[in-house]
Design a protein around this ligand. Sequence first.
Ligand code: MN
Ligand code: MN
Length: 296
Amino acid sequence: MSYRELYTSSPAVFGGLQKSFSEASYVVLGVPFDITSTYRTGARFAPLAIREASLNIETYSFRSHIDLEDATLHDIGDLSVTSDTQETLKRLEQVTREILAAKKTPCLIGGEHIITLGAARAVTKDFAILDFDAHLDLRDEYMNLKTSHTTFMRRINEQAKPRRIVEIGTRAVCKQELDYAKKAGISFITTQQIRKEGVDKAIERINRLLRNIKKVYLTVDMDVLDPAFAPAVQNPEPDGLCAHMLFDLLSAVCDKRIVAFDVVEVAPPYDNGVTSIQAAKTIFEIMSAIQKDVKG
Ligand code: MN
Ligand code: MN
């Protein structure tokens, strides 16, 4: 044995399951960007915090019966971001496009929710966006910003032109967003509906909305969870989903149609350790569900 095995270990990589880039089916990329955040900032610290959390939970999913130790992951590190939002989104679009061209699934760890705009632009036509979020993020502008984490879904609809946008766990909106959603044909299911009708019914609805869709970009804003389960998010919103509901929903609707996904909005400076663990678990459950479908 040499000092390498005895006294050193590699720096934190997601899940601690590092394979080479060429072997990997899933490529993890951190995006430490939170410049347009409107309330509590700090999502730039999340990629590292979620990686660390991921090292301390088990990788077996009882929902999918998959152990991620068998999946092939490569963590390529963090995107080099700038304070210029457009430039950062351009870089992210480029890197995401390269990962997709290598026939791998990009797994992005935000950062704030605007990163979805950069990544979704890399997914070319005929895809749907599936978003778990307390908010619709459909404002036209906010605090004089046209491109921010509160407006990005509207920009996606204009720029990336997905065939369908489906938002789940909605409970905090303004009238302008509701009007736009109606006009643009954007579907959403509220937290109240999910609680009243049950998770199985919500799964049926989501599957119906995504019927005939071949490619899905999945995004999970961790504020979809109730603050009791995920206190450290940038815009906490009461009356949210329980963690088990989110995991049940994700493992039922995630399959190999998911071409890329992200988990965003965790703000580690406000954390007691719980939120980063929920985010790491969310990534594990998504990957396990995709992997289950891939294995067939
Ligand atoms: Mn959001
Ligand atoms: Mn949100």
